[in-house]
Write a protein that binds this ligand. Structure first.
Ligand code: DX5
Ligand code: ZN
Length: 241
């Protein structure tokens, strides 16, 4: 099989696909039940919105604390909030295993990432669709996760923005160059029709809200998303350049 021309990020030969259903699309009256509906998921994505950074208000620290006690999966908190420097550490204390703050909202990203890691969580940086990844290249060694958003943050069920794919490819190059173990997450409009494009562009962690919780069988949807992402990764491996 022809292996030349494979993307650099496949050079190690090992890509672990991680699927993180977003609770934003679940029944807010039964979030614990929503967690147990997806035993095949690697993580649970928790969208925290403050009605300032984005025009929507969701959940905060007490709900994360309650979820952490019952969810079988580790919690991946995506903070769409102003002043994450002040508020983000509390999400680790509430039980989140990964906390992602937005580049457009944070004041001292290195300081905050170090604080999140010191408290025992993975530290993530998120970019809105119009935010360039280049200026954050030097920060990558301080991070465990880079989130490239493929919709404007604030709402679930929006249409995937193909225009973000070149940035995802660029992010993959920068993450590879930085070394270490930085997961490249994609969030927004990720579903059966779009996940392969994301995987081919270099994402290895996939957030999906409506594609999971609007499905008749959410856990089967997780399995199918994983199958498609893994298939796209392996055909990227075998595609001659
Ligand atoms: C949007 C959130 C996403 C959202 C994705 O601001 O960050 O996590 O839940 O939902 P879908 O997958 O429906 O686009
Ligand atoms: Zn999210």
């Amino acid at each position: 099989m022809e292996l030349s021309g494979r993307p650099g990020w496949l050079d190690s030969g090992v890509v672990t696909v991680r699927i993180a259903p977003s609770l934003l699309a679940a029944d807010f009256a039964d979030l614990g039940g929503a967690a147990t509906q997806v035993p095949g998921a690697d993580w649970l994505h928790v969208d925290v919105m403050d009605n300032h950074f984005v025009p929507n208000l969701t959940i905060g620290v007490p709900v994360v604390e309650a979820l952490a006690k019952v969810a079988p999966q580790p919690l991946d908190c995506h903070l769409m909030i102003d002043d994450p420097d002040r508020w983000a550490p509390a999400y680790v204390e509430a039980g989140a295993s990964s906390v992602t703050f937005h580049a457009e909202a944070v004041r001292a990203p290195v300081h905050l990432a170090r604080e999140l890691r010191r408290l025992g969580a993975r530290a993530g940086l998120a970019l809105r669709p119009a935010t360039d990844v280049g200026p954050y290249a030097d920060l990558l060694p301080e991070l465990d996760l880079l989130l490239v958003m493929t919709v404007e943050p604030g709402l679930g069920g929006q249409e995937f923005l193909d225009t973000c794919l070149p940035k995802l490819r660029r992010a993959r190059e920068l993450v590879d160059r930085a070394g270490g173990e930085i997961w490249l997450q994609v969030d927004g409009g990720v579903g059966l029709e779009t996940i392969e494009r994301c995987a081919e562009a270099g994402a290895d962690m996939f957030v999906a809200g409506s594609a999971v919780y609007a499905a008749d069988d959410p856990d089967a949807a997780v399995a199918e998303l994983r199958r498609r992402a893994e298939g796209a990764v392996s055909s990227a491996w075998h595609t001659p350049g």
